[in-house]
Design a protein around this ligand. Structure first.
Ligand code: HEM
Length: 179
């Protein structure tokens, strides 16, 4: 049973390779300058800054410090995400603020390991109301929508974030292999 699993890992890795090489040779690509500090290349994106990729790297490397609660609302989600590590917490806050702004403006970062669940958010700009508050327990995010397909995607995405917070990159690799 090890063999098929291994070949799937390789096909995911090689599937990403052409995109990464293209990104590195693309002068408009901000996330891959060749001398940045991103050691997890899958976190680069066609429109992601080095800082954005670095923040995701900090969260993945420090995922064991993350805490998370999710409440599925009839019209959206309420989540509380925290970290016991101040550096991870700072990366998380910046990530959430930056990514929800991107969603509002329809600016898809096209990160290589990005979940396709996010596509509908970037396609339907203005469909989500977002409220963010940083508290002692963590960053509280309330997102609501009148669009039932967006609400369904919010529920799915909140579950994907919980999976990443619980299992780090393993969650991403398994999701990509399942596609
Ligand atoms: C350990 C990894 C990660 C953590 C802990 C994390 C955390 C979060 C949190 C807390 C939110 C707010 C929504 C919610 O609470 O469900 C969020 C939103 C978002 N994240 Fe991440 N994230 C991670 C990885 C990624 C990756 C790899 C991407 C790829 C681009 C990404 C893109 C986004 C986007 C676009 C949003 C905004 C979605 C919306 O407005 O509904 N995240 N993330």
């Amino acid at each position: 049973m090890r063999r098929p699993a291994l070949s799937m890992v390789f096909s995911v890795a090689f599937g990403l390779l052409p995109q990464m090489i293209m990104a590195q040779s693309d002068p408009h690509m901000h996330g891959a300058t060749g001398h940045d500090e991103i050691n997890m290349p899958g976190l680069r994106g066609r429109d992601a800054t080095v800082q954005e990729s670095r923040e995701m790297e900090v969260m993945f490397k420090g995922f064991t410090t993350l805490t998370r609660e999710v409440e599925n609302l009839p019209n959206g989600i309420r989540t509380v995400t925290g970290s016991t590590d101040p550096e991870v917490m700072a990366a998380l806050v910046s990530h959430v603020v930056g990514m929800t702004a991107r969603v509002e403006e329809g600016r898809d970062p096209q990160v290589f390991v990005q979940s396709p669940t996010l596509n509908i958010f970037f396609a339907r700009t203005g469909a989500i109301e977002t409220e963010i508050e940083v508290t002692e327990e963590g960053i509280v995010v309330v997102q609501t929508s009148d669009d039932p397909e967006i609400v369904a995607a919010l529920h799915v995405h909140a579950g994907e974030v919980s999976d990443m917070a619980e299992r780090g990159m393993m969650a991403v690799h398994e999701r990509m292999m399942g596609q």
